[in-house]
Design a protein around this ligand. Structure first.
Ligand code: SDX
Length: 428
C-alpha cells in the first residue's frame, strides 16, 4: 500500500498515524496513538466519519447507492434469495448448500415456540401497549428462560442463541399483536415456511381457516431481505456496544430493538404512514415539502434522507417497484401510494433536497406494502426488528469472534463547571 501512514501536524509537533485498509471503501486513520502522541482526542458527534470496528458482513457505498450482504448485491438477493437464506448468509458468510440450508431451516423451525410463561409476561401489559414495548421487554426476558446460551465465549452457545432469536422473534411479535387485539395466541406451525408461518400466527383465527395469498408471503419475505442488515446503523452499533460489555445476546438484541424504535431510525416507517395520512391528498404535497424545508416547523419528510446514502437508497428503489406489483396483485388501491409518489417527485425536484442529497430511504415506501398486507401501523417497526435480528446477531457474533475486540467506551469534550468546593446548604 502506497504511503501507509498519514501525518498530522499539531501546533508544535507532528504525529504519523497508520492507515487501515478494508477490502472495499475508504481507508481509515488508526487514531489509537493520537491521544498518547498529541494529547488530543477526535470529536465526531454522531460518528459520521468514524469507523467503530472492522466487519465483513455488509458494505454500503452511499454515493453510488450500493448495498452488499457478504459481497452479494442486494438487488440479486432480493430477486433470487429468500429471507432465511439471507439470514444464513449474514451469519455464516457464505450462501448455504442444500444440506446446510435444510439443517439451518430445520433448526430455526424447531426453535420457534416461546416459553409458556412468556404469555403471562405479555398479559402483564395493558392491551394498548405499543408492540415495540412488548417485543423489547420479551426479548430481554429470554435470558431468564435460556440459561444454556448465556456463555458468550462458547461458539456453540452463541450460534444457538442466534437460531433462537431468529426463530422466536416472529412468534413473540405475533403474540404481542394478538394480545393487543384480544385474540388468542397462535402457536407456530412447523409445516409452514418462515414468513408464511409468521403471517399465520398473525392473522389465523380459530373460527376459520386462513386463506393466505402467496403474494403476501413473498412480499414480506422480500421486505425482510431488504431490512436484514445495514452495516453500523444506530441499532446495530447499539447491539455491538452492549455486546462489548459481555452482556448476553438477548439483552444485546433487546437494546437494538430499543434503538430501532426511534422515528429517526426504524420507527420512521410507522411515522411515514402517519405523515402520508396527514398529508392526505396529492394536492397538499407542496405544502408538506415547504414545511419540511422550514426549520422552525420541526417537521421532516419521514422516510427521506440518510446518514450514508447521498443517492437513492437501493432498497427504496426495490420497494417502490414492489408497491405497484403487490398492490395490483392483492387488488389493493391505496391513495397513499399516490401521495407518496407525488411527494417523492416534488422533493426530488426541490433545491433544498437536491442540495442536501436527500432521497427516499428504505422506510419511505415499506409502510404502504405492510398496510396492503393488513399489518397495522404500530407493527411496522416490529417488522423491521424481525428482519434486522439476523443482522444484529450476525454482528454480535462477529464481534465476539474478533480477537482484539474491547469494551466500547467513547470519550467527550467536557463543557461543564471547573473544579469547585461544596457549599453547605445553610450557606448557599
Ligand atoms: C433508517 O443508518 C442506517 O443505515 C439506518 C437504516 C438501516 O437500514 O438501519 O437505513 C434505516 O434508519 C433509515 C432512516 C429513517 N429515518 C427517517 O426517514 C427520518 C427522516 N430522516 C432524517 O431525520 C435524517 O435524514 C436521518 C436521521 C436519516 C439522517 O440524519 P443525519 O445524517 O444526521 O442528517 P441531518 O439530520 O444532519 O440532516 C442534514 C440536513 C439538515 O439540514 P441543514 O441543517 O443542513 O440545513 O438535511 C436536513 C436537515 O435538516 N434533513 C431533512 C431531512 N433529513 C435531513 N430535512 C427534511 N426532511 C428530512 N427527512
Amino acid at each position: 500500500m502506497p504511503n501507509d501512514n498519514i501525518t498530522l501536524t499539531a501546533a508544535d509537533r507532528s504525529v504519523s498515524l497508520p492507515l487501515v485498509h478494508g477490502s472495499l471503501g475508504p481507508s481509515c486513520i488508526d487514531i489509537a496513538a493520537l491521544y498518547r502522541d498529541t494529547g488530543h482526542f477526535t470529536y465526531d458527534p454522531g460518528y459520521a466519519a468514524t469507523a467503530s470496528c472492522k466487519s465483513a458482513i455488509t458494505y454500503i457505498d452511499g454515493d453510488k447507492g450500493v448495498l452488499l450482504y457478504r459481497g452479494y448485491p442486494i438487488e440479486q438477493l432480493a430477486e433470487q434469495s429468500r429471507f432465511l437464506e439471507v439470514a444464513y448468509l449474514l451469519l455464516e458468510g457464505e450462501l448455504p448448500t442444500v444440506a446446510q440450508m435444510t439443517k439451518f431451516e430445520d433448526a430455526v423451525t424447531h426453535h420457534t415456540m416461546m416459553h409458556e410463561s412468556l404469555k403471562n409476561f405479555l398479559h402483564g401489559f395493558h392491551y394498548d401497549a405499543h408492540p415495540m414495548a412488548m417485543l423489547c421487554a420479551s426479548i430481554a426476558s429470554l435470558s431468564a428462560f435460556y440459561h444454556d446460551t448465556l456463555d458468550i465465549n462458547d461458539p456453540a452457545q452463541r450460534k444457538l442463541a442466534a437460531i433462537r432469536l431468529i426463530a422466536k422473534m416472529p412468534t413473540i411479535a405475533a403474540a404481542a399483536y394478538r394480545y393487543s387485539i384480544g385474540w388468542p395466541i397462535r402457536y407456530p406451525r412447523n409445516n409452514l415456511e418462515y414468513v408464511t408461518r409468521f403471517l399465520h400466527m398473525m392473522f389465523e383465527v380459530p373460527s376459520e381457516p386462513l386463506n393466505l395469498n402467496p403474494v403476501a408471503a413473498r412480499a414480506l419475505d422480500l421486505l425482510f431481505i431488504l431490512h436484514a442488515d445495514h452495516e453500523q446503523n444506530a441499532s446495530t452499533s447499539t447491539v455491538r456496544l452492549v455486546g462489548s460489555t459481555g452482556a448476553n445476546p438477548y439483552a444485546s438484541v433487546a437494546a437494538g430493538i430499543a434503538a430501532l424504535w426511534g422515528p429517526a431510525h426504524g420507527g420512521a416507517n410507522e411515522a411515514v404512514l402517519k405523515m402520508l395520512a396527514q398529508i392526505g391528498d396529492p394536492k397538499h404535497v407542496d405544502q408538506a415539502v415547504a414545511r419540511a424545508k422550514d426549520k422552525e416547523s420541526g417537521f421532516r419528510l419521514m422516510g427521506f434522507g440518510h446518514r450514508v446514502y447521498k443517492n437513492f437508497d437501493p432498497r427504496a428503489r426495490i420497494i417502490r417497484a414492489m408497491c405497484h406489483q403487490v398492490l395490483a396483485e392483492l387488488g389493493v388501491n391505496d391513495p397513499l401510494l399516490e401521495v407518496a409518489l407525488k411527494l417523492e417527485e416534488a422533493a426530488l425536484k426541490d433545491e433544498y433536497f437536491i442540495e442536501r442529497k436527500l432521497y427516499p430511504n428504505v422506510d419511505f415506501y415499506s409502510g404502504i406494502i405492510y398496510k396492503a398486507l393488513r399489518i397495522p401501523t404500530e407493527m411496522f417497526t416490529v417488522m423491521f426488528a424481525i428482519a434486522r435480528t439476523a443482522g444484529w446477531i450476525a454482528h454480535w457474533i462477529e464481534q465476539h469472534e474478533t480477537p482484539d475486540a474491547r469494551i466500547g467506551r467513547p470519550r467527550q469534550v467536557y463543557t461543564g463547571a471547573l473544579k469547585r468546593d461544596y457549599v453547605a446548604l445553610d450557606k448557599r
